[in-house]
Design a protein around this ligand. Structure first.
Ligand SMILES: Nc1nc2c(c(=O)[nH]1)N[C@H]1C(S)=C(S)[C@@H](COP(=O)(O)O)O[C@H]1N2
Ligand SMILES: [Mo]
Length: 214
């Protein structure tokens, strides 16, 4: 009798798991270690051209420029680079912030795979909407910067930055490039979209924004 109960329970669990897998169900994580996270879905969108649709089949994550081993990884190949989870606060220069749980691959892992050539000093991130921003190679190798593919346990969508959203701890939101399609190493300092319009290229978070999107 006990065995029968157990097998029914086991059967139910297998069916539930199979169904969840079949529809690709993902449950949003809203708290992490006692902290309330900001929501994945929100109305507000402050990007230069709005949502972008990147075809996951055609997509290749390119890493080029001053590297010994240029890369062109499929979405699946990129995700195989040992993802990590981090809760990080993103601060927009406009005075609002979000606390989100990111799942992503380390930018440092990707860069080491591509083998930066001597003389490479800056890393430029280019996005599907024509947006770009860059950061020093030294910062990226030493920091916990990620190419995130999930937020709060949900795969990024056309609004949140699918396929990859750059997580740059300690840097203002305009360094957090969404819809990343290419990474380029350069010897020269590079100014991105907002940096060319007068914003600091260092973009250091000095005072985390109080206004948290919840
Ligand atoms: N590709 C791309 N990435 C981008 C932007 C953009 O316009 N295009 N805006 C940046 C800014 S200013 C911020 S604050 C963050 C979060 O913006 P969101 O509100 O559009 O999510 O994304 C950054 N990444
Ligand atoms: Mo921003």
């Amino acid at each position: 009798m006990r065995w029968r109960c157990f097998s029914i329970l086991l059967g139910a669990m297998v069916i539930t798991a199979a169904l969840a897998g079949a529809v690709g169900a993902q449950q949003e994580i809203r708290t992490y270690q006692g902290k309330a996270l900001s929501p994945f879905h929100r109305q507000y969108d402050n990007s230069i051209r709005g949502a972008q649709v990147v075809d996951p089949g055609k997509f290749r994550l390119k890493v080029g420029g001053l590297v010994a081993k240029p890369l062109a990884l499929s979405y699946k190949q990129a995700l195989a680079l040992r993802p990590v989870e981090r809760v990080v606060q993103m601060n927009c220069v406009e005075g609002w912030s979000e606390l989100l749980l990111f799942t992503g691959i380390r930018v440092a892992d990707l860069l080491r795979l591509a083998q930066p050539k001597p003389g490479a000093g800056w890393v430029i991130f280019r996005a599907a909407d024509g947006y770009s921003s860059a950061m020093p190679l030294k910062y990226l190798l030493a920091s916990d910067a990620l190419l995130a593919f999930k937020v709060n346990g949900l795969t990024l969508d056309a609004k949140r930055g699918f396929p990859f959203w750059l997580v740059a701890p300690g840097k203002l939101g305009y360094k957090w490039v969404k819809w990343i399609v290419a990474v380029e190493l350069s010897a020269q300092e590079y100014k991105g979209y907002w940096e060319r319009r007068g914003y600091s290229n260092e973009a250091r978070v000095t005072k985390p924004a109080k206004r948290l999107v919840e």
